[in-house]
Design a protein around this ligand. Structure first.
Ligand code: FNR
Length: 385
């Protein structure tokens, strides 16, 4: 019944605000510093308008597409999101199940609270996202574990050289390690659906751990040394990506590219794909919106698959990203909200809404297949500077 009132992905944010304790909603919805990149990610879509063609027979339309050798039902997937299993009961598994059912990719976060092996068992087509550990020996162990778990695509997130400044987290009382507090307890009591339906059920299985930061098992979310478990990352360089390329025989995707020169470097180091992303505005505040960067990046991507995330909320957003040079997009926050309030059916509902919008708007632009989406269907409607 709650899902019937969700008519678009934007409706999920309000529903999640009422459902989740303030610190957790703040963690998911929040961004770095002023939120300028977060707003820019959305605003960028309004800078483009469609010039639709008419009287083309669009009775037979499809949103199916091939990405890195795999056929998917739609040109979008689920972006990696940490601690999903604290936001939604069995959060990572819920996202994986919905993605599997809809035949779209789901990227398992390196800071997830569910063992990667368990998620791969639910959806063998899932991808794994790693935060590269600082030391070569740990990189080797992690890559070996990801391969043994059966993942075929490894995503390396590279826009996290230093940890971001997210003031929302401090204001709302969210921290890593998670510190139990009176405020958290009061907030929890006011959100009984989350407290009983998610939190206590999760605790019944034990204290959640960051399960995928090490070769074996990471630290519990309340451990004081939890950040140490992720390791220092500010010395990482392209050499480390090269090391991963030599160790990993599956498909390699670099997430967090915004500059065309970095796209060229990723190609040089053997990446099969890149995700143009500013981490949903959660890392460098003021970083350019992926939609504004994707055209230039795509020109230097060589044969790599170009993907994009940040601010995708509508089928029309998907089509604009594709017209500007992306081959595929990923969606973050709305799908985690959907998992929180509606479990697997909730995420399926959200993915279905996006697919229906994409299919409808494809027809309204006068096209029947995603391969026909092209740059000339857009005009810039940017306000004059
Ligand atoms: C993220 N993101 C992210 N990215 C990543 O590579 N590894 C991660 O563990 C996380 N964790 C994470 C948690 C939460 C709560 C959010 C909202 C985001 C970034 C994510 O993959 C993606 O880049 C953005 O969320 C896309 O923007 P939208 O769709 O949320 O606007």
């Amino acid at each position: 019944a709650r899902l019937q009132r969700i008519l678009s992905l934007d409706d999920l944010e309000g529903a999640a605000r009422r459902f989740l304790p303030r610190p957790l909603f703040g963690y998911v919805s929040g961004a770095a510093e002023t939120g300028s990149s977060l707003r820019g990610n959305r605003a960028a879509f309004d800078e483009w308008s469609f010039v639709p063609r008419v009287l083309n027979d669009v009775s037979k339309r499809s949103t199916a597409t091939t990405l890195l050798g795999t056929r998917y039902s739609a040109p979008f997937g689920i972006a990696p999101m940490g601690i999903s299993a604290l936001i939604a009961y069995r959060g990572d598994l819920v996202l994986a199940e919905a993605a599997r059912d809809m035949n779209v990719p789901m990227i398992v976060s390196g800071s997830s609270l569910t063992r990667m092996e368990e998620i791969a068992a639910v959806y063998p087509g899932a991808w794994f996202q790693a935060y590269v550990p600082g030391e070569p020996a740990r990189i080797e162990a992690l890559v070996a574990r990801v391969a043994a778990a059966g993942f075929k695509t490894l995503v390396v997130t590279v826009d996290v050289s230093v940890s971001a400044n997210r003031e929302t987290n401090i204001r709302t009382g969210f921290s890593t390690p998670l510190r139990p507090s009176l405020r958290l307890a009061c907030d929890g009591l006011m959100r009984p659906h989350w407290t009983f339906g998610t939190f206590l059920r999760t605790l019944a299985h034990g204290i959640p751990h960051f399960e995928n930061t090490q070769a074996t098992r990471g630290a519990p979310i309340i451990a004081r040394n939890v950040m140490r478990d992720f390791g220092a990352r500010d010395h990482l360089s392209w050499t480390h990506l090269g090391q991963i390329r030599r160790l990993w025989s599956g498909r390699l995707v670099v997430k967090g590219i915004l500059d065309a020169r970095d796209a060229a470097l990723a190609a040089e180091h053997g990446a099969d794909g890149i995700i143009v992303s500013n981490h949903g505005g959660r890392q460098l505040d003021g970083a350019v919106a992926p939609l504004r960067a994707v055209e230039a990046v795509a020109r230097h991507a060589g044969g790599m698959a170009v993907m994009l995330d940040g601010g995708i909320r509508r089928g029309s957003d998907v089509l604009k990203a594709l017209a500007l040079g992306a081959q595929f997009v990923f969606v973050g926050r709305p799908l985690l909200y959907a998992a929180a309030i509606g479990g697997t059916p909730g995420v399926r509902h959200a993915l279905d809404l996006l697919q229906q919008e994409t299919l409808r708007n494809l027809g309204l632009t006068g096209l029947t297949a995603l391969e026909d989406v092209s740059r000339d269907m857009l005009v810039s409607t940017k306000a004059p500077q």
